[in-house]
Design a protein around this ligand. Structure first.
Ligand SMILES: Cc1ncc(COP(=O)(O)O)c(C=O)c1O
Length: 430
């Protein structure tokens, strides 16, 4: 007869009964986790904070900074908050599963434009900011569209690839040529050439405006060519719209590629909209995912499918920022104030670009700098190598991303001379 059958306890049962364990049983289930490299941008931010130099300059942030290098709360936001706080009907209940209903409607109009457009063929859902919109797009498309490949611009926003790795791990990732660092322009011919390899149902990620990290956007003509390529090859576009109003200063202009794609009437696409930067509401995490379908029937099916995914992840979205933005978009006076706020941010960045450009020119700093004036949004590439970026930090306490990207929102009238002097020291002169 076997021991078990005779009622003799097994090894495991004996150990359990005696309370004795093998040495390895005390090890954490997670001790074998691979070490993850810390996020480059957030590590630099932490290093900047602990730097005690009075000359330190942070040129990393993807956040707007005011003339004193400090976070700025928009006037329109201050006023909207006052109204919300004064309203006794406001409570802390959940938003509906798809998000703030009025904000969803307003966001469609802001992104696609309301003139004569049938926005019923757009399905929209609130998300946890632009990152969440990209994430939900990747989750939805990777399962419902089943693309073989997702195409990203080279260069691009570092998180796009990470998001797709997480939410669409079976989808192959490839890069299309975008930025030519030598002459600081878009290599559109190379882009078109490589996209010939795309297959029907592949996804292409595009920055609608204020391209991060280069600050270089496609022209209207290039967008048109791209729309035709998408139609002919069956490429599915995902527009990342994180800087509406901050590229040209004009909210309609910055979303014009999106309305042009929509007006063709024969393209389906996604827009991952972020309200972080254009409302200065970084911590409130408000974004919207829009899917433009070919017809109203398809759009009506998409909304519940998105809601189902979102329900399983977050149930419902943050409400405070949604209320603020909806107040502003729904009130003429606050809306005008917001446009003024956008102009304030846009003009300050433009002035800083001009000051940097003139400083570099006057000191004859080695490099080609014309693009600093024509780049849009917060970012520009300096062409600095990683060694030169490190030297900027170690010799001059000036922080920029290892790629050589600067954010012009970190420049102020007080620090610009120091930045130009440092670049002169690192790059030399003609
Ligand atoms: C291109 C791009 N997309 C999306 C985002 C996401 O922004 P958030 O999640 O803060 O709205 C950013 C932020 O830096 C960005 O640069």
């Amino acid at each position: 007869m076997k021991e078990k059958e005779r009622g003799v306890p097994s090894d495991l049962a004996r150990k359990t009964l005696s309370g004795k364990k093998d040495a390895h049983e005390d090890m954490s289930s997670f001790s074998e986790l691979p070490t993850v490299k810390p996020d480059a941008a957030f590590t630099l931010l932490a290093a900047y904070k602990t730097d005690t130099s009075s000359n330190k300059v942070d040129l990393c942030p993807g956040f707007y900074r005011d003339e004193n290098g400090r976070p700025w709360i928009l006037s329109s936001v201050i006023q909207a908050k006052e109204r919300i706080h004064a309203d006794p009907k406001v409570n802390h209940e959940h938003l509906p599963l798809a998000g703030h209903t009025e904000l969803l409607r307003q966001s469609k109009e802001l992104v696609f434009g309301k003139e004569d457009r049938d926005l019923k063929r757009v399905a929209s859902i609130q998300t946890v900011s632009g990152t969440g919109a990209n994430h939900l797009a990747a989750l939805f498309l990777s399962t419902k569209l089943n693309p073989k490949t997702v195409w990203f611009p080279n260069l691009g926003w570092i998180n796009h690839t990470a998001i797709w790795k997480l939410a669409g791990s079976h989808v192959q990732q490839r890069f299309y040529p975008y930025f030519n660092g030598e002459n600081q322009i878009i290599d559109f011919d190379a882009m078109v050439e490589v996209l010939r390899e795309a297959q029907k149902g592949d996804v292409i990620v595009l920055h609608a405006c204020a391209h991060n990290p280069t600050g270089v956007d496609l022209s209207k003509e290039q967008w048109n060519t791209l729309a035709t390529i998408c139609k002919n090859t069956g490429l599915f576009p995902v527009f990342d719209l994180a800087y509406q109003g901050l590229a040209s200063g004009d909210v309609r202009q910055d979303a014009s590629a999106i309305s042009d794609f929509f007006d063709r009437g024969n393209l389906e696409f996604v827009v991952a909209q972020s309200y972080s930067k254009n409302f200065g509401l970084y911590g409130e995490r408000i974004g919207i995912l829009h899917i433009a379908a070919l017809d109203v029937t398809a759009a009506a099916k998409i909304t519940p499918a998105l809601t189902q995914l979102s329900r399983a992840e977050i149930t419902s979205c943050p409400s405070y920022g949604a209320r603020i933005i909806s107040q502003i978009l729904g009130d003429l006076k606050l809306y005008d104030q917001w446009l003024e706020d956008l102009a304030t941010m846009h003009n300050r960045m433009k002035t800083m670009r001009e000051s940097l450009y003139h400083g570099l020119l006057v000191r004859k700093v080695r490099g080609s700098w014309d693009h600093i004036l024509t780049d849009t949004g917060m970012f520009s590439m300096t062409g600095l190598s990683t060694t030169q970026v490190t030297a900027m930090k170690e010799k001059h306490h000036i922080y920029l991303l290892p790629s050589g990207r600067i954010s012009v929102t970190g420049l102020t009238t007080r620090n610009i001379d120091h930045v130009v002097t440092a670049l002169e020291d690192i790059l030399g002169t003609y």
